[in-house]
Design a protein around this ligand. Sequence first.
Ligand code: ADP
Length: 258
Amino acid sequence: AALPADARILLTAERKQRRILAIASGKGGVGKSTVAANLAIALARTGLKVGLVDADIYGPSQPKLMDAPGKPEAYNKQLLPVATRHGVPLLSIGQLVEPGKAIAWRGPMAAGALTQLVDAAWGDTELLIMDLPPGTGDVQLTMIQKHRPMGAIIVSTPQDLALIDAARAIDLFGQAGVPVIGLVENMAGYICPHCGALSDPFGSGGAETDAAARGIPFLGRIPLTIAIRTASDAGEPPAAGDGADAEPFRLLAEKVAV
Ligand code: ADP
């Protein structure tokens, strides 16, 4: 494949120690990918060189969230991260498989595919945000053991069931010896777009109480808003803008800035 114009810079940039921050959840649908994308953008806006690795083999959604549908080029057998207009280059497991094609991944296979994404031509990228598959099975454990993130952030909704699942995710990182940096409560409180009133469809505060009981830092709450959903569907994560929905992600980035 032809070498893109900026690839030489990517490939020759001094390779510093690159760190991986895993974003995990006990189950799907809690907003793990949304948090990963927005945190990556919010961290990039602080001046950090951030890349995004979408390792969610069950539903890789970052190409859509980041509005980067293209396939990565390869050069010298190394993948070149796909530039996005949000300042965060992306590699996704979804770029390596045919869309809509189900693949029965086993732990070592998934970890092997992930290796291609992590060992890509990241150039001077300082931090890789890794969007892990939801759940706490063998696949996740193998991925974590092989790629040894410096830390993990657990995303949960306020419901009890999600919190029980979050507890399993916390255990998983404990088993792998990876520090849990903290817990984020997503979909915490619904802000009515008409009157601005806050209500709690899924309850609120559950994650903070749970984090405190486990001695894990609570990193903050992200409200449930229609704007977050529509912006995400449009490939325009709210953290890229300056509206009210960018604020919780900016605060989160401040807390995890490393
Ligand atoms: P996961 O990665 O945990 O499966 P996603 O990030 O894909 O979850 O989110 C699932 C759905 O919920 C998506 O449609 C997303 O836009 C929506 N969503 C996530 N967080 C919020 C939020 N805070 N407010 C509104 N919608 C949200």
